[in-house]
Write a protein that binds this ligand. Structure first.
Ligand code: 6GU
Length: 229
């Protein structure tokens, strides 16, 4: 999968993809993340990419021209399955969104800054708008990093058995069970006996029961069809 990210703060997007699973996904050739500095593509003087908003009001708006130039340059190179705009008023990004997007070939992600991007770009280029939650970030970059990480680890071949996504919280609609490692007795705090039993059936049953218990306690809405809201 190839993901092109458009931003005015490319530095915010270097480290998130340079470690751990994202690093391995790229090393294996399964994921190619390209970060583009919008300022390198603006036709305006002094690398200008934003301007005052029509109608007045505080805050700058990202101008349509630099975005259109860069989007069309990329579109001329390959066909994009989705052109995603990261925005707090977008659709909530959930595991099922990540699952769907992980099967795509080419994604473009636009990170907004300031008051956001000129609405004509949203109307004429953007095909999907995503928010990562009900709070406001200074820009779309951290949200884009979250989305790319969540998608990237689901690309077939990225995770091995040990890191399998099958056991993730949310993947089956339940929260993950508690986990333990050595020592079996730490300061007198013991690991549940069943995990030391060596009986995989018992262990599976215990984990499932713990998942249900945690989900009921912490996120009861996940157990019903309705959203928790
Ligand atoms: Cl995608 N962008 C910004 N600026 N804030 C957010 C967000 C996105 N998702 C939640 N808050």
């Amino acid at each position: 999968m190839r993901i092109d990210i458009i931003t005015v703060v490319p530095d915010l997007l270097t480290s998130p993809f340079s470690h751990s699973i994202m690093k391995r996904a790229q090393a294996k050739g399964l994921l190619d993340v390209q970060v583009h500095n919008l300022r390198d593509h603006t036709p305006y003087k002094q690398a200008q990419v934003d301007d005052y908003q029509f109608g007045g009001g505080a805050g700058m708006v990202m101008m349509p021209e630099p975005l259109a130039i860069l989007i069309e340059k990329l579109q001329a190179e390959r066909k994009y399955d989705e052109i995603i705009y990261m925005t707090p008023d977008g659709n909530l990004f959930e595991q099922k969104t990540a699952n769907t997007l992980s099967l795509k070939e080419n994604l473009m992600i636009i990170c907004g800054h300031y008051k956001g991007i000129d609405d004509r770009i949203r109307q004429h280029f953007v095909t999907m708008e995503l928010s990562i939650g009900d709070y406001v970030l200074s820009g779309g970059e951290l949200a884009a990093a979250v989305v790319v990480d969540a998608i990237g680890r689901l690309i077939p071949g990225v995770l091995n058995d040990e890191t399998s996504a099958l056991f993730d919280s949310y993947q089956d609609g339940l929260l993950a069970p508690p986990v333990y490692t050595r020592p079996a007795d730490f300061r007198g705090w013991k690991v549940p006996d069943v995990l030391l039993s060596g009986d995989p059936k018992l262990v599976d049953a215990w984990r499932h029961e713990q998942s249900l218990k945690r989900t009921a306690e912490r996120r009861p809405g996940l157990l019903s069809d309705e959203n928790e809201g």
